[in-house]
Design a binder for this molecule. Structure first.
Ligand code: DC
Length: 236
């Protein structure tokens, strides 16, 4: 059997603040896989548009910006372990925290609607997964980026619970924002993500739906690690 056949890919899709990032990072750590946050790439596209004062609908300029930028993503190294899940470097600048603002997140939902932007980023994501085991999370991973993933998961949770988690997360970073605003932003981003024409967020037939509303992070991680381990054992 070639090494490629032994690769194990876990694809996770789901709405805003379902816990995809935290869960994927922990699952990846437990299994010794690479964690890939694809949302970070759409956030970089949004940040570049904001920094260069490019309109979020200006397809050509945004594609040029991401094609010309040197985007590096890696597991946080020692001195970067400040609570981030992944380190993102754009043209030698660490933007790991900058891309986490609500402004950049809302812009990411807009640039993610552009098909040509998606094509460039999907290619980068497939390239990363081509020769290593990954836990990759986003909105189109289960059917566009890794349609042959060994384990496909749709991670979700009730709107109110997800908004509450996001609010606590933002407050712990010192961001002054009301729960109401976080809730409204979350609803509108979910709507954009699932109703857009190009590769919307959806549940594929062969996805395992994990509802995190009443589960702790630890419980969700344990469930996924157990399932992946059984699947790998059966296959190896
Ligand atoms: O997961 P996140 O909040 O960091 O993602 C930011 C935005 O990027 C989100 O609103 C939708 C978009 N996105 C996407 O369209 N496809 C992906 N694979 C990942 C994110």
């Amino acid at each position: 059997m070639s090494s490629e056949e032994k690769l194990f890919h876990i694809a996770i899709d789901g709405p805003v603040a379902a816990g995809k990032g935290t869960v994927s990072r922990l699952v990846a750590d437990r299994l010794g896989f690479l964690y890939v946050d694809t949302g970070a790439m759409y956030r970089v596209a949004s940040l570049l548009a904001l920094q260069n004062k490019v309109d979020f609908h200006d397809e050509e300029k945004i594609v040029n910006l991401i094609r010309n930028a040197d985007i590096q993503m890696r597991n946080p190294i020692d001195f970067e372990k400040d609570g981030r899940l992944t380190t993102v470097i754009v043209d030698d600048k660490d933007v790991s925290w900058k891309i986490r603002s609500e402004e950049v997140g809302n812009g990411a939902s807009k640039v993610a609607q552009i098909m040509s932007v998606r094509l460039v980023l999907v290619e980068k994501q497939q390239h990363i997964a081509a020769n290593q085991n990954v836990v990759m999370e986003g909105r189109d991973i289960t059917y566009r980026v890794l349609p042959n993933a060994n384990l496909k998961i749709y991670l979700t949770g009730k709107d109110f619970v997800r908004a509450n988690r996001r609010h606590i997360q933002l407050q712990s970073r010192g961001v002054d924002i009301s729960f109401n605003q976080v809730y409204l932003d979350l609803i509108s981003r979910d709507k954009l993500d699932s109703e857009r024409q190009n590769d919307p967020l959806k549940i594929v037939d062969d996805a395992w739906i994990v509802d995190t509303t009443d589960l702790s992070i630890r419980q969700v991680v344990d469930l996924i690690v157990a399932k992946a381990t059984v699947m790998r054992d059966v296959r190896l």
